[in-house]
Design a protein around this ligand. Structure first.
Ligand code: PCA
Length: 322
């Protein structure tokens, strides 16, 4: 009897590090496993598990499999899940500050995007804190380019095209160019083209490759119009309930993921554009006329953004322009 009790106690004791104290977090993300953002997040989760000796295990549920993209932020806010990833500028309807990275021709290079994020981060952090959320890291997509069946020489060539959009800013940009925008999540792009729901889009070379754009369009024009970001946020109450050492491990892994993600993104710009060409797409430099027309639309959108922005949001742009 005594022996059995001792045995049971011993078993419980050895279980403690592995199970009794171990935390498991589910993490919904919107994009597929083929996308570098997802690979980066999986590495983040692995680093957290390794550096906490298995005390914190984050399971990544990619491609909108646990929560659909539009629901991820509120799922984290309401503690249905403690952590998640989403496209930051999707929140622009809540505050213009979230959308500045998707405004056409504000920040079009990685250098500018870094400067913009440095200015945007404190404002976004404060806004998210009001909802009990805390940003962990943000990673940009490569600069956004134009996918069409035919060569586009001026804005008028976009007139009437059924255009895939992924947020309000792109919807507006496409509409102002005379196209007909429709919201489609990235995992649904091939289906949307195949069924004729859309016939053109603006997105990164990364998403062009992961959706195999060569199956449905022939031309890629790198207009490099903006450099939008994904953000990973955590529920602050869930984070605060963790041991200090686990919190530190998460923050360290997040800082590493941010740095690694920006490097991955930079590397993808050229490598994925090359993949588009290898698969038969014409990669065409934009004409001066096209760029002029698109920039005029961007300038109009920036006037509207300004009119809808809070003082704090406008402060992002003045800090960025300094
Ligand atoms: N890919 C995502 C967002 C921006 C990008 O490059 C998409 O197309 O949905």
């Amino acid at each position: 009897m005594n022996k059995i009790i001792k045995g049971a106690l011993f078993a419980a004791a050895v279980c403690i590090p592995g199970s009794a104290l171990a935390q498991s977090w589910d993490m919904p993300t919107p994009y597929s496993d083929k996308v570098f953002h997802t690979a980066n997040i999986i590495e983040f989760a692995e680093e957290v598990a390794a550096s906490t000796d298995g005390a914190m295990n984050i399971t990544v549920h990619s491609a909108g499999s646990l929560f659909k993209h539009p629901d991820i932020k509120n799922a984290v806010r309401s503690q249905q899940v403690p952590i998640g990833e989403f496209f930051l500028s999707r929140l622009s309807n809540e505050d213009a500050a979230y959308g500045i990275d998707s405004q056409p021709f504000v920040a079009t290079s990685y250098e500018d995007a870094e400067k913009l994020w440095a200015a945007q981060r404190p404002v976004v952090t404060e806004l998210l804190a009001k909802q009990g959320l805390m940003p962990l890291f943000a990673v940009p997509w490569p600069p956004q380019g134009l996918y069409t069946a035919n060569e586009v020489n001026s804005v008028s060539d976009l007139g009437g095209l059924k255009f895939r959009a992924y947020n309000a800013a792109l919807e507006k940009f496409a509409a102002l160019a005379g196209a007909a925008p429709t919201q489609v999540e990235s995992p649904d792009i091939p289906q949307a083209f195949a069924t004729g729901q859309v016939e053109a889009m603006i997105t990164s070379p990364s998403t062009g490759v992961s959706s195999q754009a060569w199956d449905f369009v022939e031309t890629y024009t790198p207009i490099n119009a903006w450099v939008p970001k994904n953000i990973v946020v955590v529920n602050k109450a869930a984070f605060d309930s963790l041991d200090a050492s686990v919190q530190e491990a998460i923050l360290n892994a997040a800082a590493n993921a941010e740095q690694r993600g920006w490097e991955m993104s930079r590397a993808e710009t050229d490598s994925k554009t090359a993949t588009l060409a290898e698969n038969g797409m014409n990669v065409v430099e934009p004409s001066a006329e096209l760029m002029e027309g698109l920039k005029a639309i961007g300038a109009q959108m920036q006037v509207d953004w300004d009119a809808s922005a809070s003082e704090d949001a406008k402060g992002i742009v003045s800090t960025y322009n300094q």
